[in-house]
Design a protein around this ligand. Structure first.
Ligand SMILES: Cc1cc2nc3c(=O)[nH]c(=O)nc-3n(C[C@H](O)[C@H](O)[C@H](O)COP(=O)(O)OP(=O)(O)OC[C@H]3O[C@@H](n4cnc5c(N)ncnc54)[C@H](O)[C@@H]3O)c2cc1C
Length: 381
């Protein structure tokens, strides 16, 4: 059941659901094995206008909000979590900060190309010594006349191998402590000195590209500074509020796929002369999965609505991500258990769901970091 979807949201959901059923579900196992999404996925997303779902219409996007994005991401992730994170990062970690913090020229340069999918976006915050403690980042940005020279290595960059623009967070003023000395830069993918390093071999979301990004004397014009100088960390955190709603949506989508697979198997598999769905132990698992999933969905849509209202939504986003990501892992674990030995093979796709669910508790702020965000808000209120 979906909560309170109006006509437009229902239409958007059905469009994404149709694509997921027709294209993502049948191809997800192959893409997982190949550790790469096929071109038909990028083209299909473009045909549906989903690369630019949240880009304003004046920049050739669909002009929709966080709630539409959340509804779409639930559906895409139900079909293929690698596709889901690719679209989520592009919309919420790249398009969104350009829309919210970019100047007219930056919007004109990047948003139409991001909206069409001609250019895919990537977000480069994490480094070897700056994971949860992102303010410890060491990539440097040194002013050189009208330009900035960037040097450093970024880790774990989603869409790293495919991006045409990277938002790079770098230390532009080493005399300022931690967060205060950081700025954000729009770095074109063809910039001399920018290269793609190690491609990570991951437990799950294998078809999503995750790479190192190496920056060696990369020169970008001052005009590519995104937001105010020294405000990059603030921009990164504001961006992550939206990103976390995207990951919460991913978790709900994966959880939904788990529930559907578990229900199907519970009706089909027979032991002791009846389908296993007759056993109360199985029924309780299904009831708990469904209930937690609906709660996760409500928290996620609540956070998306808060984001669209223009008010701070850090707490709502962190609560949605915390609860939804744990729910996805709970559902994936129970789903595999309901499948017994069959679930432990790749004959069924439930082992992939378990592998894919795991990441939702780690990226865009691990579970412990969401708790810190929530507790700080509570203590300050
Ligand atoms: C597949 C994948 C894709 C990613 N995509 C991107 C991307 O596109 N762009 C990007 O910039 N980054 C990306 N990341 C990085 C991701 O956001 C980080 O992995 C995440 O923030 C955690 O950092 P870490 O891995 O260094 O873990 P660490 O910070 O080393 O944390 C290790 C453990 O310690 C806990 N911990 C840390 N600090 C505290 C604390 N103060 N209190 C309690 N517990 C704590 C954490 O919760 C965690 O359990 C990606 C990561 C992965 C795995």
């Amino acid at each position: 059941m979906d909560f309170n979807l109006d006509e437009q949201l229902t239409m958007v959901r059905d469009m994404a659901r149709g694509f997921a059923n027709d294209v993502l579900v049948p191809n997800a196992p192959k893409h997982d094995r190949q550790a790469k999404l096929g071109p038909e996925i990028y083209e299909g997303i473009a045909e549906l206008g989903l690369w630019g779902l949240t880009v304003p219409e004046e920049y050739d996007g669909a002009g929709m909000g966080s709630i539409e994005l959340a509804v779409v991401l639930v559906e895409l992730n139900r079909g293929c979590a690698s596709t889901g994170v690719t679209v989520s990062v592009h919309n919420s970690l790249v398009c969104a900060p350009i829309i919210r913090h970019g100047v007219a020229e930056q919007k004109q340069t990047w948003l139409p190309r991001l909206a069409s999918g001609e250019v895919i976006g990537a977000y480069c915050l994490t480094e070897a010594n700056a994971g949860s403690d992102a303010a410890a980042l060491e990539t440097s940005a040194v002013r050189d006349g009208d330009n900035w020279i960037l040097n450093g290595t970024k880790l774990w960059v989603t869409n790293g191998a495919d991006a045409g623009v990277y938002i790079v967070y770098a230390r532009s003023d080493p005399s300022e402590p931690r967060a205060r000395g950081i700025s954000a830069f729009l770095v074109p993918g063809d910039s001399p000195g920018l290269s793609v390093g190690k491609q990570e071999k991951k437990t799950g979301i294998r078809a999503s590209s995750t790479t190192e990004i190496l920056l060696e004397n990369v020169c970008v014009p001052h005009a590519n500074l995104l937001g105010a100088e020294g405000r990059g960390f603030h921009l990164a955190m504001d961006t992550l509020d939206g990103g976390r709603i995207g990951i919460a949506s991913q978790a709900v989508g994966i959880g939904q796929a788990c529930l559907e697979a578990a229900l199907k198997y519970s009706n089909e598999r027979e032991q002791f002369g009846k389908s296993i769905g007759h056993f109360q132990a199985i029924q309780w698992k299904l009831a708990d999965m469904s209930t937690q999933l609906e709660a996760a969905r409500l928290l996620t849509f609540r956070a998306a609505k808060a984001r669209d209202s223009g008010e701070s939504c850090s707490q709502e986003a962190a609560q949605a991500k915390l609860f939804a990501s744990r729910t996805a892992n709970f559902c994936a674990d129970e789903c595999l258990q309901i499948h017994g030995g069959a679930g432990y093979t790749d004959d069924f796709h439930v082992e992939r769901l378990l592998r894919d669910a795991r990441i939702t508790e780690i990226y865009e702020g691990a579970t412990d970091i969401q708790r810190i965000v929530i507790a700080r808000k509570l203590l300050a209120s």
